[in-house]
Ligand binder design. Structure first.
Ligand SMILES: Nc1nc2c(ncn2[C@@H]2O[C@H](COP(=O)(O)OP(=O)(O)OP(=O)(O)O)[C@@H](O)[C@H]2O)c(=O)[nH]1
Ligand SMILES: [Mg+2]
Length: 242
């Protein structure tokens, strides 16, 4: 996170991680479509001819809210192909939160697991433990045949603490839920460490509500968060000042 007190500006970096072709770039395309014109910047993608990210994608978003605070979000994707490990590590540097986009197809089980291990190791290289990183998991491509059943996902989700969402990113389904959940976790954890309420004289929950609306959400945040399949992790909340 970058803080610019003079400009009242906060910059937060969110990274979409996962195996090759799981739908990371597709998630960013959908978010770009959902976002209000006033909030979204230009989506920068760098792909080879067969849809594969070569370096990274970047979607910059900007929200001006209560108390004149500006929140800048930088949404990155990593290239999923195994050979790009050093690029993934580079993109991951300074991340405030991670969305892990898994591929629901049974045939991709091993690739999901390897990519998850790769995430853990690349975080470790930056001196960050996986359990300290705000993390949301998305099982994408729910529209395809031969996928893990929803019951199986629910069972897996109930064993972990990360929120888990089902998605069909090509249709935009589950994309906003994943994003809002990640933003909520990240924002809450930043607030716990930096006390945004005191520093910027804002109400962090209200601010997040505004952001969510500008991203096209029509339901309240708490309702969106409940669309997860499981995961128990709720970050520690800072007590509000009396
Ligand atoms: N059927 C189906 N296809 C999807 C879905 N999401 C993405 N795809 C397709 O999967 C392919 C790969 O999607 P990308 O978003 O480029 O995948 P990526 O994770 O960015 O891949 P890399 O950049 O190589 O890491 C594209 O052809 C997408 O259209 C989905 O929910 N359902
Ligand atoms: Mg990509």
């Amino acid at each position: 996170m970058q803080l610019d007190f003079a400009a009242r500006e906060l910059t937060v970096k969110l990274v979409y991680y996962g195996p090759a072709l799981s739908g990371k770039t597709t998630n960013l395309h959908a978010l770009h479509r959902f976002a209000d014109e006033s909030a979204r910047g230009r989506l920068m993608t760098l792909e080879t001819r067969d849809d594969r990210t070569l370096f990274f994608d970047l979607l910059p978003l900007r929200f001006k809210g209560e108390g004149d605070l500006a929140l800048r979000l930088k949404l990155f994707t990593v290239p999923g192909q195994v050979i790009h490990s050093s690029t993934r590590r580079l993109v991951l540097q300074g991340a405030d939160g991670v969305a892990f986009i898994a591929d629901s197809q049974l045939a991709e089980t091993q690739n999901n697991a390897s990519a998850f291990l790769d995430l853990k190791e690349n975080l470790k290289a930056h001196g960050v433990a996986l359990r300290d990183m705000p993390l949301v998991i998305q099982y994408n491509k729910r529209d395809l045949p031969s996928i893990r059943s929803e019951a199986e996902l629910v069972q897996m989700a109930s064993r972990g603490r990360e929120p888990v969402f089902a998605a069909t990113a090509t249709r935009g389904d589950g994309v906003l839920e994943t994003f809002i959940s990640l933003l909520h976790l990240t924002w809450t954890s930043l607030d716990a460490v930096h006390d945004l309420r005191a520093k910027f004289k804002i109400n962090p929950d209200a601010f997040l509500g505004e952001v969510s609306q500008r991203m096209g959400a029509t339901a309240p945040i708490d309702e969106i968060l409940l669309r997860r399949l499981g995961g128990t992790f709720t970050p520690r909340r800072r007590e509000s000042a009396p």
